[in-house]
Design a protein around this ligand. Structure first.
Ligand code: ATP
Length: 140
């Protein structure tokens, strides 16, 4: 069954999510404020559009309300990430996953109702540390 996703922010993290979902045959709307990023995903995602997602009107025009799960992968611009998440929440998006830059960002995201907050670097560091420990145990 195809499910509808949108990925906002096509940096390394958002871009990788967008590629993987598309490879798995999912319908993905790819969004970024930079034209260059968007053109990179024209042939990968189902749709790729240039937009500033901090503008509520823009989000409505994109038909974001029909999308089941939105991934907010805006990195450095914490203000844009928070504003986008808040508006997605107000528009009634069913599931919102957001990339956090730091603990304060995470706290705000949880407070405004993000369903899932991820810290890619920290989470991956933890996983790798655990895999190093279990490999060491197996080696001994
Ligand atoms: P990564 O580590 O995943 O590469 P990053 O930390 O480099 O991410 P940024 O480059 O800051 O992340 O942001 C990711 C993307 O989000 C960028 O391609 C940027 O153009 C896009 N972006 C930033 N602000 C907005 C916005 N208001 N609307 C849409 N996209 C935005």
């Amino acid at each position: 069954m195809k499910r509808e996703f949108a990925v906002i922010g096509l940096g390394r993290f958002g871009g990788s999510i967008c590629r993987e979902l598309s490879n798995e045959g999912m319908e993905v709307l790819a969004i970024d404020i930079e034209e260059e990023k968007v053109s990179e995903f024209k042939n990968i995602a189902s749709h790729a559009v240039i937009a500033d997602t901090t503008d509520e009107k823009v989000l409505i025009e994109l038909g974001i309300r029909n999308i089941d799960h939105v991934i907010v992968a805006i990195g450095d611009n914490i203000q844009a990430s928070i504003l986008t998440t808040l508006m997605l929440k107000e528009l009634g998006i069913n599931k919102i996953t957001v990339k956090a830059q730091n603990d304060y960002h995470e706290k705000v995201l949880n407070k405004i109702g993000a369903d899932q907050v991820v810290h890619p670097e920290r989470d991956m560091g933890k996983r790798i540390a655990h895999s190093i420990i279990s490999n060491n145990i197996l080696d001994h």
